[in-house]
Design a protein around this ligand. Structure first.
Ligand code: GLP
Length: 237
């Protein structure tokens, strides 16, 4: 595991973009797994400015709310489209997302997992929830978990209610997410964390023993894990 500590969020985003671009330049047809949330926004802004060629790149998103139409303002598809996809030259057919309104959710998850097997992810970028979740793998998720439907913890729904007019009751109770084993199957993992509110969980995940209660703690087992933190998120390590 390599930990890079930067002095602020802007530097974290610069280091992250450097890392992602290096991967794309190394392999013009790289397959990426990309997250939503506030943390990767700076990375996406910088990536767009660099006008990188995405014509051969494939992108898998990591999760989606259950029951939300992909065009709803709160869907993760909408987020990715707004902050990244609509600004880069990635062909639509190279974008893979989970459909939260699929008629057969089990089939949707199974097929996504199969697609990832067929298109092994070179680099997966992750944020981290305050409870240690990665993607939407909440505490208790099994190391062997694959893409599936999960229940969201009330703390995650509360944290994400900022995108739902601060009304927790508007945040879906379930989501589809790639599993821990899906994440661990990526060739490289880049974990990003910013802000003082992530300092405790970063300590738990990186410095304490591995535990099911802290899903991100299993990332330590990966042979190519890089963690980029800003000064605040690194305060307790
Ligand atoms: C959501 C997403 C995660 C993300 C997490 C942290 O729950 N499902 O993929 O990593 O939030 O978000 P933020 O970066 O806004 O702290």
């Amino acid at each position: 595991m390599k930990i890079i500590i930067t002095k602020n969020y802007n530097d974290l985003s610069s280091k992250a973009v450097e890392f992602v671009v290096k991967e794309i330049l190394r392999k013009k047809s790289a397959i990426l797994g990309l997250p939503t949330g506030g943390t990767p926004m700076g990375l996406y802004r910088k990536l767009i400015k660099m006008k990188i060629d995405f014509s051969k790149i494939k992108i898998f998103t990591l999760d989606e709310y259950y029951g939300l139409d992909k065009n709803s303002n709160n869907s993760y598809y909408y987020y990715m489209k707004k902050y990244l996809f609509s600004h880069i030259n990635i062909p639509e057919k190279n974008i893979y997302t989970l459909n939260g309104k699929a008629k057969n959710i089990d089939k949707e998850c199974y097929q996504y997992e199969k697609l990832i097997k067929k298109n092994p992810i070179d680099l997966i970028v992750l944020g981290i929830g305050k409870d240690g979740h990665i993607g939407f793998n909440e505490p208790g998720s099994s190391l062997n978990s694959k893409t599936r439907l999960v229940n969201l913890d009330p703390s995650t729904r509360k944290a994400n209610s900022i995108y739902f007019n601060n009304k927790i009751e508007n945040v879906p109770k379930k989501a589809l997410t790639v599993g821990i084993s899906t994440i661990m199957s990526a060739k490289k993992i880049l974990l990003l964390a910013s802000g003082i509110e992530k300092a405790d969980i970063i300590r738990n995940a990186l410095k304490e023993d591995m535990s099911k209660d802290v899903p991100a703690s299993v990332l330590k087992l990966h042979s190519h894990l890089t963690v980029i933190l800003d000064n605040r998120a690194s305060l307790n390590i």
